[in-house]
Design a protein around this ligand. Structure first.
Ligand SMILES: [Fe+2]
Length: 488
């Protein structure tokens, strides 16, 4: 019998595996396209030990780095824990020492002051280095070859922020990495550090500003001219934490904001636009400039999508009554107004993926997991409680242009995009798939889809000998870049 709580956070696809593994020369059905040479890194939350508190959530679980490696049509998989300070302390103790999700006041006194991030959200590749990130702390650097943990990363001592987002943005032309950290000056602070690392990976810009209130800022965006910070009313309060309460409460009546700053500008030039009350978005698909207009496309919903946060907020809003969809917010940078124009441009869903080359630019194709209501009971999993059972392709000017619906009792996770080498081709999507084979029994595959025609049968399916724990986010790194980094 598992020592883990029998809650949705630890059942279904969320059932912990808690084991490192290597699987080599996996069985491939179909043929892996020759262009797919590289590593699909995945950030996987998987707790080493049963939690201190039964109300723990999947977002608290120790980070594992999973690598699905494609070489010459053959596929290997390796998964290793990130040796965070927290993981090491708990490994030595043989049990959990850290308490509730993002509440250090509930930790065992023996770990006071120990870095409590679990580095479980996004693998990030920039300037030849691989990181595992989570927004409540600094990144950990990982050796892309051995998957060993090199340690907490602070840009050679240059970074002042105590935190770094899991959602960085890399300009496809300048190769600068734009990122930020919120609660940068300490837990529940309103400080945001906005940062830029240049193409060589040096931290060249860090400026701090204050947000209207301390909000969860999970993602941000860049256009060619601006950095864009969305503020939704999921808020933190240190007094609540001190009494053992939750980090986040969603304030349904509170307004949202959009902060817009010239990409390399001084933070004193930040402009704030006022948005509707109560809304929430975890992920931004893309942003781009059109003359003086700035468009931000994001997966917006009428309230916070995470059931545990709504529950902690006293909000009785069941999942089916949440509305929303892919939404475009437009602001006029040539006017002095603070209005946001809003319109829906796609169906509900999340975990959007745009081609790297389209980052911050006008784009005509993107993909995101969505729900097929006619697809039967979705599988249990993820922080929201259910897993996506379809993938939509979208041209924001036209709406959906393709849909992959999964067979019953299947789930699809966030894909990565592998660009095509031939001009005019759309490349490939790689995603992990879970299938329910029986009560509490699941198996996993990796599907390779033609990005032009996602509804067509997968060009290849890779079979795993045991199930994979679903990732939060993934990152594709071409083999040529890994080899360049190794030689440097
Ligand atoms: Fe995310």
């Amino acid at each position: 019998m598992s020592a883990f709580p029998r809650t949705a956070q630890f059942m279904g696809l969320n059932e912990p595996i808690s084991r490192e593994a290597s699987h080599h020369d996996l069985k491939v059905e179909g043929r892996i396209p020759a262009e797919i040479e590289g590593d699909f890194f995945r950030a996987v939350p998987d707790p080493q030990h049963a939690p201190l508190h039964d109300n723990d959530v999947v977002l608290s679980a120790d980070g594992m780095i999973s690598r699905i490696r494609f070489r010459g049509g053959k596929v290997d998989h390796d998964v290793r824990y990130v040796r965070t300070a927290r993981w090491l302390a708990e490994q030595q103790a043989g049990k959990s020492l850290f308490g509730r999700y993002r509440n250090p006041f509930t930790d065992d006194s023996s770990v006071e002051g120990v870095d409590r991030t679990v580095a479980n959200t996004t693998p990030v590749w920039h300037a030849g280095r691989l990181y595992m990130t989570k927004e409540d702390g600094r990144a950990y650097e990982i050796d892309p070859e051995t998957l060993d943990t090199r340690g907490s990363w602070d840009w050679h001592g240059a970074l002042r922020s105590q935190t770094m987002t899991a959602h960085v943005r890399i300009d496809p032309e300048t190769r600068e990495m734009f990122f930020f950290g919120y609660e940068a000056g300490g837990i529940c602070s309103r400080d945001v550090a906005y940062c830029i690392a240049d193409a060589a990976g040096e931290l060249v810009y860090e400026q701090w500003f204050e947000t209207p209130y301390c909000a969860m800022i999970h993602d941000f965006a860049i256009s060619e001219k601006y950095a864009i910070f969305p503020i939704f009313p999921t808020t933190a309060d240190v007094e609540r934490l001190k009494t053992g309460g939750p980090h986040w409460v969603h304030e349904q009546e509170r307004e949202s904001w959009l902060g817009v700053l010239p990409r390399h500008g001084d933070v004193s030039a930040m402009r704030w636009f006022k948005g509707p009350a109560g809304v929430s978005a975890y992920h931004i698909l893309n942003a781009f400039d059109e003359g003086g207009k700035l468009h931000i496309d994001m997966c917006l919903s009428s309230t916070n999508a995470f059931g545990f946060i709504r529950e902690d907020s006293g909000l009785d809003i069941p999942l089916p009554s949440i509305t929303g969809g892919l939404t475009r917010w437009t602001v006029d940078m040539d006017s002095d107004g603070e209005e946001i124009e809003s319109r829906e441009i796609g169906p509900p869903g999340d975990l959007p993926r745009v081609r790297d080359k389209d980052q911050g630019r006008p784009y005509d194709l993107a993909w995101y997991p969505t729900m097929n209501m006619a697809g039967g009971m979705p599988l249990m999993g993820g922080p929201v409680g259910i897993a996506f059972n379809a993938l939509v392709a979208i041209d924001p000017a036209r709406g959906p242009v393709g849909m992959l619906t999964m067979p019953p009792l299947h789930a699809i996770h966030e894909p990565v995009h592998v660009p095509a080498t031939m001009e005019g081709q759309k490349g490939w999507l790689i995603a992990t798939i879970d299938r329910m084979d029986g009560p509490d029994t699941y198996s996993s595959e990796v599907w390779i889809l033609d990005a032009r025609d996602i509804a067509a049968p997968p060009v290849a399916k890779v079979k795993l000998p045991e199930r994979l724990k679903p990732q939060v986010h993934g990152w594709w790194v071409p083999k040529a870049e890994l080899e360049r980094a190794k030689a440097a």
